[in-house]
Design a protein. Structure first.
Lengths: 254, 176
């Protein structure tokens, strides 16, 4: 058991540290490691042993860099790369992750950071959902089950982070690993299809390949994971910590 | 007596008028019944003794929706990503190409595997409002990833069609 865990940790370390990894190179370890130990076999359900989270260092997040957003668009088939929402205006179009710029009024200091679904432990979107479509997985990832979503958009109103979008029109050519369609709400899935296969979210991978390494993905429940160690050493803030939501996405330098 | 005769006569005249009008309408459409122009596609069979589906054919015909429904809940809520009953693998296996254009047939077309039956049976499905109706990524990568063979009764190495091979080598997401 410990062997398996160590292999997993070293792989995550490898992925997050391989800053020069090109798209092709980052695929190679993914394929290679299928023959080695996996964190979770495909036929096993996720458990509360893991809690997935992302730590974002706003000092390292570069002003003007948008690679996490475009990587998410590319991976999940929303926004510019796909451009399938022809009828919707900019306010209506889906936005799973956005870059936010903060300027300190007194000092003029500019901070940029990506904001997406914060994967709250006590998620308001889950509380308000009348059908149970908005739910939190055992491992802390907050998702929409679009099969039972009725598109009421209560969750969009409840979310303090404006993380969710509603699809207003018929779509075509969605990605098989990220199904999305008219009349349902959607948001960041923390690339759940990748996480289930022991992968890293597309935004984190893109940030690493830009050599910024502003994002660390990992298991908050595993005290040996890089994200836990970083949080222990430097701490990490929640946005709107006053709401007490215990978010899975944390920020440094805010 | 007279009143009933009048009525009968009037009725007969009306009937004749209606019939002549109907004749006129039929004449306009080359004497075809209006429905005769409707094409009803017969369901297409894509599997054989050598290429089995994930379950016996009669079982799949009756209960394929149960398998997909079960798999969908397990995948979305529990992160179980076995390929055996995944909708994506149904599409990867059952997709057909247009013989003239060489493009995969979309679900709006009654030659699409799912559509061929569902149009015939008039059962509307909404799977493809969200899910891909044609193969997108190479399925063999997922077989490697999950370590499970989606079609346990098939020997994939030997039975890969030319189309599948082309998909795996040129169009697979992970092979770019």
């Amino acid at each position: 058991m410990s062997d398996t865990d160590q292999t997993t940790v070293s792989r995550r370390e490898f992925l997050s540290k391989t800053s020069t990894a090109t798209a092709a190179a980052s695929i190679a370890p993914g394929v290679f490691l299928t023959s080695a130990a996996k964190a979770k076999p495909a036929d096993t359900a996720v458990t509360a042993d893991n809690r997935w989270g992302i730590l974002i260092d706003t000092h390292k997040c570069a002003d003007g860099c948008n690679s996490c957003v475009s990587a998410c668009e590319e991976e999940n088939g929303w926004g510019g790369s796909d451009n399938s929402e022809h009828e919707s205006n900019d306010e209506q179009k889906s936005q799973w992750i956005r870059k936010v710029e903060l300027k300190h009024k007194q000092t003029g200091h500019v901070t940029t950071l990506p904001v997406m679904c914060q994967h709250c432990e006590t998620a308001p979107c889950v509380d308000v959902c009348p059908t149970g479509a908005s739910f939190k997985r055992e491992d802390g990832i907050v998702l929409v089950d679009k099969h039972i979503c009725i598109g009421c958009r209560y969750c969009m109103m409840a979310c303090p982070y404006k993380a969710r979008s509603f699809i207003h029109e018929d779509l075509k050519d969605q990605k098989p690993w990220a199904p999305r369609g008219k009349g349902t709400v959607e948001s960041c899935t923390m690339c759940v299809h990748r996480v289930d296969e022991d992968g890293t979210p597309a935004c984190v991978e893109a940030c690493d390949s830009e050599n910024h390494q502003a994002m660390i993905f990992g298991d908050l429940n595993d005290e040996n994971s890089i994200i836990s160690q970083q949080l222990k050493e430097h701490g990490g803030k929640e946005i709107r910590a006053d709401l007490g939501l215990n978010t899975g996405v944390r920020y440094r330098g805010l | 007596m007279s009143s009933s005769t009048v009525l009968r006569r009037t009725g007969g005249a009306l009937l004749a008028l209606i019939l002549s009008m109907a004749n006129f309408v039929f004449a306009e459409s080359d004497h075809h019944l209006p429905f005769s122009e409707l094409k009803i596609a017969e369901p297409v069979t894509h599997f054989s003794d050598t290429q089995a589906c994930v379950e016996p054919e009669d079982e799949m015909r009756r209960n394929h929706m149960e398998y997909i429904l079960h798999q969908r809940d397990e995948t979305v809520h529990d992160g179980i990503r076995t390929r055996q009953y995944a909708l994506e693998e149904c599409i990867n296996c059952h997709a057909t190409k247009d013989t003239t254009t060489g493009e995969f047939i979309r679900v709006e077309d009654d030659r699409h595997f799912c559509a061929s039956c569902h149009i015939y049976a008039a059962v509307k499905i909404d799977c493809f409002q969200c899910h891909a109706d044609v193969p997108v990524r190479a399925s063999i990568q997922d077989k490697l990833q999950s370590g499970m063979n989606p079609h346990d009764k098939m020997n994939n190495e030997k039975n890969l069609s030319a189309d599948t091979l082309e998909l795996l080598t040129s169009k697979g997401k992970f092979n770019e």
